[in-house]
Design a protein around this ligand. Structure first.
Ligand code: NAD
Length: 354
């Protein structure tokens, strides 16, 4: 198991260090795990003048899986766009062909009160959001800023999806639904956008190959509303890049904290990049208070999807559950009166439970 470890910026190094403890514990048991570190994001720019340095690209291409912390920081906000930390993320996703982004939103019984919704709405919640990751308006050309004939300046982007891009991610969505409750909701904006009308047509066509899966379509504005009204109606949500970006952040709050949500981004051969859904949290970086569980749960997803080690994936998830059952909490998920522990202590607690 050759793993490229890219801590990145902000809390990245703190949370990745906890996930590395879990990998090291598994290595001590005899799993053949190799970890090699490299820079990405702002730190890549600082060290090599590029948010996705050539050495990092080489390592990522040569590895079976990538474990990433997060990128971004206020000090980089004024850099020209190609040098910004987020470009490192977009380039690694594109460079590795990671078109399928899986984000589970799962409510642990122990954290049901940490959700911003009433317990009865989220208790038992288990949704998988599948976001297309390498197309859509985030990558569409042309884009930029231009001057209109009347002299006014205008910013513009281009939204498009090709048939093959929609088909391949739709297949991933139906396959995931087949392993779950066989309910798939495709989210689009087909009442307004031509790209979405086409998306809906292709998803409907792919559905013919999965007759056991119940397919529905929903407009993204309604989906945003339904996610906070009755989230348990969903099993798998399949959607494009920009809608998935927003909906998966919304879904994260159903679970109590964005610090609990892992993600996997896969290519056609299950090579994957695993990272927490949250960003680099510069407001709490270096304070040893960030929640490392999303990053640790990302390692569980890595074991499941890239290395096909379902038993190890479940052991890591169970270790996280046990830790929560013991009342161990970082600040973001602690209820009033509970003892809060730091990032490193949370990592140690999970390793002990493992
Ligand atoms: P963010 O996710 O970094 O933080 C949002 C809020 O959640 C903050 O209050 C933060 O303290 C809190 N938070 C995030 N992760 C946490 C954790 N593990 N434990 C406890 N609390 C946590 O989003 P933002 O503030 O909008 O962005 C900060 C920077 O991160 C920006 O530069 C942004 O571009 C970048 N970003 C990176 C990624 C990524 O690397 N995948 C994703 C989103 C944002």
């Amino acid at each position: 198991m050759k793993i490229a470890v890219l801590p990145g910026d902000g809390i990245g190094s703190e949370i990745v260090a906890q996930a590395a403890k879990v990998l090291e514990a598994l290595r001590r048991e005899g799993l053949k795990i190799e970890m090699e570190y490299a820079h990405i994001g702002g730190v890549g720019y600082d060290v090599a003048g590029d948010p996705f340095p050539a050495a990092t690209e080489k390592l990522a291409l040569a590895s079976d899986a990538v474990l990433l912390g997060a990128v971004g920081g206020y000090q980089y906000d004024t850099l020209p766009r190609p040098m910004r930390p987020e470009q490192g993320l977009l380039r690694i996703r594109q460079g590795l062909g990671l078109f399928a982004n899986l984000r589970p939103a799962l409510v642990y019984p122990e954290l049901v009160n940490a959700s911003s919704l009433k317990p009865e709405l989220v208790s038992g919640l288990d949704i998988m959001i599948l976001r297309e990751l390498t197309g859509d308006i985030y990558f569409g050309q042309p884009r930029g800023m231009r001057q209109l004939p009347n002299g006014e300046r205008q910013g513009f982007d281009t939204m498009h999806y090709s048939e093959s891009e929609i088909r391949r991610v739709a297949h991933v969505g139906f396959k995931i639904a087949m392993k779950r409750n066989k309910i798939l909701c495709s989210v689009d904006k087909a009442n307004v956008l031509d790209t979405s009308m086409f998306w809906r047509e292709i998803v409907t066509d792919v559905a013919k190959e999965y007759p056991q899966v119940e397919l529905s379509h929903m407009y993204v504005d309604n989906a945003a509303m339904q996610l906070v009204r009755a989230p348990k109606q969903f099993d798998v949500i399949l959607t494009g890049n920009i809608f998935g970006d927003i909906l998966s952040d919304e879904a994260s709050m159903l679970t109590g904290s964005i610090g609990m949500l892992p993600s996997a981004s896969l290519d056609a051969n299950n090579k994957g990049l695993y990272e927490p859904c949250h960003g680099s949290a510069p407001d709490i970086a270096g304070k040893n208070i960030a929640n490392p569980l999303a990053t640790i749960l990302s390692v569980a997803m890595m074991m499941r999807y890239t290395f096909a080690q379902e038993d190890i994936a479940q052991r890591i998830e169970t270790a996280v559950r046990k830790t929560l059952q013991q009342g161990v909490r970082t600040a973001d998920i602690a209820e009033a009166g509970m003892q809060k522990i730091g990032t490193a202590a949370m990592g140690d607690a999970v390793v002990a439970a493992l």
